[in-house]
Design a protein around this ligand. Structure first.
Ligand code: FES
Length: 102
């Protein structure tokens, strides 16, 4: 298991994705209110960069920038077909540090 420093929680943009290189993975990290979420940056459909997607903060959804599929940030499910999921990663806040754990 390895940890990566994403950045300062206080400096992360609200409701916008940030791409983080973590080993051989690119992870999209999102801050909504007091929460942070980490998902695979590659959309499972055709591989668009999800950190460039529009975030709907109220419903904690990122909308893929290519074909507008809606992915839930809290459980990685596709909305409304929740049988499909994208990969989620463990991310947490320690003081003001946002840490990604793979
Ligand atoms: S690449 Fe994301 S919905 Fe098509």
């Amino acid at each position: 298991m390895q940890e990566y420093l994403v950045g300062k929680f206080s400096e992360l943009p609200e409701g916008k994705g940030v791409a983080v290189e973590a080993g051989r993975s690119t992870v999209a990290v999102f801050k909504i209110g007091s929460e942070v979420f980490a998902i695979s940056n590659a959309c499972p459909h055709k591989g668009a960069s999800l950190c460039e997607g529009e975030v709907v903060c109220e419903s904690k959804i990122v909308r893929c920038p290519w074909h507008h599929w809606n992915w839930r940030l809290d459980d990685g499910a596709l909305e409304p077909d929740t049988r499909q999921h994208l990969r989620q990663y463990n991310v947490f806040v320690d003081g003001d540090d946002v840490i990604l754990r793979l």
